[in-house]
Design a protein around this ligand. Structure first.
Ligand code: PRP
Ligand code: URA
Length: 213
């Protein structure tokens, strides 16, 4: 992993980069796109959760009893930003099946590119959980900043954010608004275009995951 700012990391693992290249390809169909996002959720989640707390439990091996660590997993909440963030959830739940799942609904206005919230439901007690917010795309950063504002307003404290592709503008905005949040980026792209789409990016992540448009 490469550190971009304090608390902001870009993945360098070749498997992650390979899968992102396949996602970018405009000829990758919905089925394959969904599977790749799912696999990236697992690979990126694995790294982002490397500091999850463990607790020792007693286990009896065929040889003897010993104390051995397990994940204190009930403390994790995965919170996708709808819609596209949903695509990353199942890969993370494959790693931590006991995690709870919250949802934040946000859409970007097509003209202003400003985010609008339409739904928020978080598992309680949110203040005691590690919260992993997921969204494949960090473009202007508006959606991520507002989603994390909402989580903090409801008591969330230990927050991580993962995305597949980030634009420099959005990464900076998110880091400046929430320097305490750990941000994990699959690949940092070049820039935003005049429609606030990431270049080269992968197009509209929600449409490609759900087969809309
Ligand atoms: C996309 C994406 C992010 C947001 C990123 O969602 O999934 O949530 O845009 O852009 P930003 O960083 O400029 O806020 P969109 O609003 O298209 O909604 P969708 O997931 O329902 O398609
Ligand atoms: N949302 C997307 O889905 N893609 C982009 O490039 C920017 C925002």
């Amino acid at each position: 992993m490469k550190q971009l700012y304090d608390n902001v990391y870009e993945f360098t693992h070749p498997l992650i980069q390979h899968k992102i290249t396949m996602l970018r390809d405009k000829n990758t169909g919905t089925n394959e796109f969904r599977s790749l996002v799912d696999e990236l959720g697992m690979l990126m989640g694995y790294e982002a959760l490397s500091d999850l707390q463990t607790e020792d439990v007693e286990v009896e091996t065929p040889i003897e009893k010993c104390m051995s660590p397990v994940i204190a997993g009930r403390k994790l909440a995965v919170v996708p930003i709808l819609r596209a963030g949903l695509g990353l959830v199942s890969g993370i739940l494959a790693l931590v099946p006991t995690a709870k799942v919250g949802h934040i609904g946000m859409y970007r206005d097509e003209e202003t590119h400003e985010p609008h919230e339409y739904y928020c439901k978080l598992p309680s007690p949110i203040e005691e959980r590690v919260i992993l917010v997921t969204d494949p795309m960090l473009a202007t950063g508006g959606s991520a900043v507002d989603a994390i504002d909402l989580i903090k307003a409801r008591g969330g404290k230990k927050i991580k954010f993962i995305c597949i592709i980030g634009a420099p503008e959005g990464v900076k905005k998110l880091h400046e608004a929430h320097p305490d949040v750990e941000v994990y980026i699959g690949h940092l792209d070049r820039q935003l275009n005049e429609n606030a789409y990431i270049c080269p990016g992968l197009g509209d992540a929600g449409d490609r995951i759900f087969g809309t448009k």
